[in-house]
Design a binder for this molecule. Structure first.
Ligand code: PRP
Length: 174
């Protein structure tokens, strides 16, 4: 059963048809983050049952906001995994396939250390390509990915299946 704050948070997820391409129903959690109680409820929901971790990897762009909040709430550091061309010094780069097209993610230098236990955070899990790419970046830096946490899982797109044995924490499912 959802708490009142979580119930309101779910109602604040905006559905935008045909963005960024015709046929895609885009889920925008920006209104959730703008609401103090909904924001807090979602952040705590994202860490309710995750394994112990030392560092959060948040994926651009809304994964930055949730990842920083998760890290601050849990007393860890946070690293922003970025779209290409934004970072001055790139430690690792991974190309991957998205629900709508292809994409690249980059990990900044001097952030993830070998042996660290990493939690990958994003707003939405769709095909899983994004969190798998972020996980691969962490592994290339010698870290161990202990889990993935997202606010919203789009279950029809099969992301959960692609994560296989990686522990997945989701707050909402659609
Ligand atoms: C969306 C979402 C996730 C990703 C999920 O990002 O924020 O990062 O897609 O899709 P996947 O599971 O199929 O990989 P988007 O590309 O819209 O970028 P943005 O967060 O910068 O808007």
């Amino acid at each position: 059963e959802l708490s009142g704050d979580l119930e309101r948070a779910r109602g604040l997820i905006r559905e935008v048809p045909d963005f960024p391409e015709p046929g895609v129903l885009f889920r925008d959690i920006s209104p959730v983050l703008a609401d103090p109680e909904a924001f807090r409820a979602v952040v705590y929901g994202m860490v309710r049952q995750v394994p112990e971790f030392d560092l959060v990897l948040g994926v651009e762009a809304r994964g930055f906001l949730l990842g920083a909040a998760v890290a601050y709430a849990c007393g860890t550091g946070v690293v922003g995994v970025r779209k290409p061309g934004k970072l001055p010094v790139v430690a690792h780069r991974v190309d991957y396939t998205l629900e709508y097209g292809t994409a690249t993610l980059e990990l900044p230098e001097d952030t993830v250390r070998p042996g660290q236990r990493v939690l990958v955070v994003d707003d939405v899990l769709a095909t899983g390509g994004t969190v798998l790419a972020a996980s691969e970046l962490a592994r290339r830096a010698g870290a161990q990915v202990v889990g993935v946490s997202v606010a919203l899982e789009l279950s029809a797109l099969g992301g959960r299946e692609r994560l296989t044995d990686l522990p997945l924490q989701v707050v909402f499912t659609a």
